[in-house]
Each structure stands twice: as C-alpha cells, then as structure tokens.
Ligand binder design. Sequence first.
Ligand code: ADP
Length: 486
Amino acid sequence: MSETHSPETWQSRAKAAVWDTRPFINGRRASVTGAAAVSSAVEAARNSFLDERWSGLPPAARREVLLSLAARIDANAEELGLGDSLDMGKPISAAIIEAHIAAHFVRWFAEAADKLHDGSTVPGGRECFELHLRRPRGVVAAITPWNYPVINAPLKFAPALAVGNSVVLKPSELSLRSASRLVELALEAGVPEGVLNFLPGDGATGDLLARHTDVDMVAFTGSTATGRALMRSVGDSSLKPLQLECGGKSPEIVFADAGTMGVDAIASSILAGSLANQGQLCVARTRILVHRSLYDALLESMVESCRRIEPGDSLDPATRFGPLASAAQFNKVNRYIEEGISAGARLVLDGRRDGMGYGSAPTIFDRVPLASSIAREEIFGPVLCIFGFDEDDEALALANDGHYGLAATVWTRDLERAHLFTSRLRAGKVKIMGSPHPTMGVGVAHESEPNGQSGFGVEGGLAGLHTYTRLQAVEFSFGRPRQPRS
Ligand code: ADP
C-alpha cells in the first residue's frame, strides 16, 4: 500500500508515469477534439446502444463484466490514485483509498444489475393486463467534477451501465487522468467498444454534449451555476431528463442533549466530515449550529484540533490534509475569508497561508452575519462558520436559511426530536449523530434526492439505478378487437 512507499518513490513514479488523456471513443484513442469529438463520442455510444451489444445482454452478464471492472480498479488503485493526486493535489493515501471505494461502488451496482425486479402488474380483467417495465434510457452523458475524480465517474457510469445504457463520460478538465484510465479498464473487463466513451474537454464541450439530440439523459455533479446552464441546454435541445447534484451549504446541528457524548468526540466527527478533501466536497457540513450550553466548549475543541492541521505534500503518504485543487480554488477561498472579515464576522482561526503551493489550513469564523457570503454561499474549502442557538425552532430556521438542500447532521439522542426536526429539514441526506468514524456509514446505499438549489434526481442505491431507466407501461390485450358501441 501507499504507506510502504516513500515520498521519493512517489515523486519518481509521478515523473515516470505516462498518461494518455485523448478521447477514448469506440474502444480506442482518437485524435479528434472539440465539436468533432463530441459528435464522434455520441455517435459511438448511440450505435452501441442501437445494436444492443450491451443493452441486449442478460443482466447477469453485465454483472460479471462490471465485477471484473471492479477487480481491475482495485488492482490499479495506486495508479488511479496517483492520477488524482497529480491532477488536483489529493493526498496520495486518500486518493488510493478512494480508488478502492470506487471499486466498491462498481461492485455494488454490478451486483444489483440482475436484482431489479420491482415493476408492477396492473390487472385489467380476464383479457387484459399491464406491465410496468424498466428500460435503459439510451445514451447517458455523465458530466463530473474534479473533487473526487475516481469516485465521481463510476458513481454515474456504473449504475448507468448496470441497467444497459451506453455512456459518454466527460470529467472535469482539471482531472482527466483517472477517468481516462477507468474507461480503458472497462474495455479490458469486457465492456464492449463504444459503450463507455471518454470525452475530455471544458464547459463548452459539456454544453455541446448536453445539447446533443442523440443524448437521452444528462447526469451531472458540479456547481449550481452549471446546473442552471444545463437546465437551459436540455430545455433548448431535446427535453432530455437531467439528474443534478449541485452545491450545498449544509448544517451540522448540535443539540444540548448530545453533550453526553463529549464535545471532543462531536468536534472530531464534525471536522472529519467538514474538512474531508480540504473541505472540497458538496456535502461538507460547514455551518455548525450549536446549542449555547455547548457552544464555548465545542468551539474551543474545534479550534484546538484545527490548530494542529497544516497542509502537507500530496505525494507524501503521511499527509492527511493536502493543498487545495488549483490556483482558482485557492484564490476563491481566500476571497471568501476576506469577505467574512469585511462583513464583520469574528475570525477565530485564520488558515490563510502563503508560499505553500495552494495550501490553506482550516479557518473558523463565529458571530457570522446571516446575510454574509460566508454564511450563505458554498466556499468549497476548509472554512467553517459556527452559530449559537437556544431553541429548536431557532435551530430549524438557521438550518433551513439559504437556498441549498443537500445534507445535514443532527446531533441528538432524543428520538422524537430527531424525527420531528428531520421531517422539517430541507436536506437530502441527513445523518443522526454523525458517523462514529469517517469511513463507516452506508456508502452507496445512501440513496437520496437533493432539493432546493442543490439539484434533483436520485443518486446512489437501488433508487439511483432507476434514475438511469425509463418506466414503460405495456398493456396486453388478448380478446378479439370489438366494434366500438355506436
Ligand atoms: P466545479 O466548480 O466543481 O468545477 P463546474 O460546474 O464548473 O463545477 O464543473 C463540473 C463539470 O461541469 C465539469 O466537468 C465542467 O467541465 C462541466 N461544465 C462546466 N460548465 C458547463 C456547461 N455550461 N455545460 C456543461 N458542462 C459544464
């Protein structure tokens, strides 16, 4: 594993590695770019769907191919992890673990491929009944971001492939390496040529893809601004269905009764979730709402832990907290911190660093004006805002204040409060009491639908497989056609 390699070994592997990130279309590298690459990737996917080389296979056969892909991802986890680490600065140890998580996701959807049998039958008398069947949608465009490259891609293409679609994968222009390799591995595993295509390119490429009339569905993870643009693109073109997982500004709500767990334990769970990937994750719970009885102690515990965190070298296997992904992201985070200060929030811990690449340590604000940008906008970096509350209703109003609706964590041992509060929370994914450990949890079975400006459409779980199918009603009638009554 990564821990057995020294930073020097990783440096030399990074220098020696050769990455091919040209389009991968119809099972081979192509030299086309721009609009020609989009057309050719979509055409390959469309043809492969129409001749049923994949969609026509028995689901169990698709399962076996995807299981083989999962095994190959595990076997190539170091290379895939290195790709992400070089692309967006992810610490190498985390990047390798994420490659194994990606394999787990592919395995999960592979196993589900032949187990979806939930259609209903509607009786219509002796001579008639109706079946409700799940059909693949056709050509799925998967447009993914740079924050978890090796996971984001299979989170979309694995369920899409499991139910028989063909896919054009367009990852972020900032993180091409692992996605490009995953598509090669899929071919080696037996995914037929043309069924999973890799299309490098920026937002303009994504836009062309989303507007293409031979694309039957767009599955997207990224910013809310791009989500809006995609709604326009599909509206202007062929009304294809969209699945959008966009930004978030999620709350972590700590009630007084949770104090029996110990504030240090709560603080460490909050930090594990909100600072994962240097805070560059859509479900980061960065608005921390704390009952006033625990406020001072929790703030102190968080500050103490955060003081010990400094961004390290991505290729050092001992690094747990790395730099931000890019200059743009680094500047954006610094700009938000400056806006927070100008808005009058109290800077309890300043994580801004100079001369450490794009490294930024955790920043904590309190006494944050509710209208300020740091209280309302997704920062996508290690910047936390802490707020106090006295009453449950006040906590609810704070939690739901804003236009996102992605995730939340509720810390309470009171079952009734957890249930009532959760039913009023605008959040697709809610954790009660956090996770005892960041790697524990239900993973891909976590099927959920965001709301508000965090998007729509289910990702994950068996319901997430349905996202990539269309429901077809087929009515069977056996009687002789009758003359209509006059
Ligand atoms: P982030 O800020 O996380 O990079 P983006 O929404 O900019 O989020 O990017 C997510 C993905 O969407 C990337 O693959 C990017 O190339 C793509 N993208 C950006 N703009 C558009 C657009 N107008 N239409 C389609 N895809 C786009």
